[in-house]
Structure formats: structure tokens, C-alpha cells
Design a protein around this ligand. Sequence first.
Ligand SMILES: [Zn+2]
Length: 302
Amino acid sequence: MSARPRAARRAALTLTHLGAAGWVITDGEHVILLDPYLSRLRITGQFGTYTTPSVPGDVRRVFGPDDELVSDTEAVDAHVTRADVILHSHSHFNHTLDMPYIARKTGATVIGTESTTNLARAGGVPEAQLLSVRGGEDYDFGWFSVKVIPSLHSALNGKHFFDSRVVPRDFRGPRRLGDDVEGGTLAYLLRLRGYQILWFGSMNYIEREVSGLRPDVAMIAAARQRLELYDYTRRLMRALGMPRIVFATHWDEQSFPYGADQDARLREAAVFIKEVKAVSPRSRVILPRHFERHTLPPKRRQ
Ligand SMILES: [Zn+2]
């Protein structure tokens, strides 16, 4: 009766990469989204310097520092139909811009920093759906639990990136690239169907906060900004006890449209894979392409 392949029926969890830091994790019953960002806006002037490289055939409008950032709801609708929980690493637009629309449409609970939940409020998400966290919480939802881990943002712009601003409670928009607030950065340890999955949404971490965690799966941000940090990959893999499955995440050129050539970024991510293999040869390292589905088999015991 089911047209699904046998492997899909046997999967305990399916993980699908949305590009940027975005993921869908589902156990077939529930759907968790991580930093879902599908708009992939073409931009200029981010942090004063970044402009989306031009791609042949990319005729989309360009968002400058003073333009209101607008979610591409068609792109969202094409790929996100339901969600129970949305987790956010931080508030930057390439992590949260699509969240208010998704949360309103799905009724999902939004978990993130105070800045992230204030952006959700500004985007019309009902109060009952918002859970503000600061790191250190360990919340049980029955069907899954999540440990919120204090973390750090990538050391962008040659380590000159520093942002202590927060999105205020009375913020009502509009959101602009020139005023894009980080609002602090978190990582999350999800426990679901016997798996522990550690997820990062930025190329940084606090070693003492992750040291001793033993995730089955580590989703590690892999773009070149990691190279600003001392021994990024080796320190992290050792702190986590060499997880057996590693997904590279946040590796792509996230302002390119889906389907655009990502070869330059893929080459950079290939270096990350080598870094992991050098310290942890037994780890399986996966460089997920957009919308590829990765399945984890059922676990025998919790
Ligand atoms: Zn960011």
C-alpha cells in the first residue's frame, strides 16, 4: 500500500538540509525545524561589506541595508508544510526571517533567545507559541527533550564582529539588513527516538559548554569563518568524544538561489571533512546537499 521505499519505513529519524543553517528533523510523527531559512535573499552591504556574488540568471531583487527584508513565502510553502517546534541559534535574518510566517502557518512552538522571540512577536506569532531561553535550560516535551547550550557567533569580518544588542520587547519592525541583530547565540542538544543530536547554527562554540556531551550526531557549522578559531574542528570533536556521525552544516553560499553552483563552497567544506577525519577517522562525515533526506535507523535502547 505504501509507495515509500523500505529504508524510509525503517527510519527512526529523517534529517533534511534546507541550506544555510536550516534543517528539518522528523520522526514521522513530529517535525522539528532548525533555523529554517528558505528565502535566500540576494543582498548587498551586509556588515558593511558583503554582497551576493552575481550568478548567471539570478534576476532577483537585491536587498540593501535600508530595505525592509521580506520573506519569500512561496519558497517556504514549497518546502515547509508542518512543524511542531522551531529552534533558533540566533536572530540574524538568515536564521529567523522566515520563522514568523512558518510559526503562524504551522502553529509551531518557537524556541530561541529573547531577541528571537521578540522578532516572532513583531511578526505576529501568538504569545502561547513562544519560549524564550538563555542557555542552560533542559526542557522535556515528552516526545523529545532539548538542552539549550550557551554558545558564540562566528568571528566574522576578521574577528571584528561583535554585537551585544538585543531586539527590544516593543520592536514592531520593519526588519532591515543594516540593523540585523544577533541577540546572542545558542546551540541545542536534541534527544529524540533514542538519538542525541547536537546542532550548531554558527561557526563557533564554548568548549566548556559542550565538553563531555556525547551526541550520536553532531551538526557542525563548517563555513570558512571557522578558520578564525584556534583548532576549531579538532577541539570540538575531542570535546564531544568523536561523534560517529557528523553533518557539515551552514556550508553554502546562502544568498544564492537554490540550484545555483555551490562548487566553491563545496570545496571549502571538503576541507572541513578532512579536518574531522584527521582527528576522528571512524566518524562518518556527511556534506548534505539541499533537500537531500538522510535517515537514521531505529535504535534498540534509549
Ligand atoms: Zn549570524
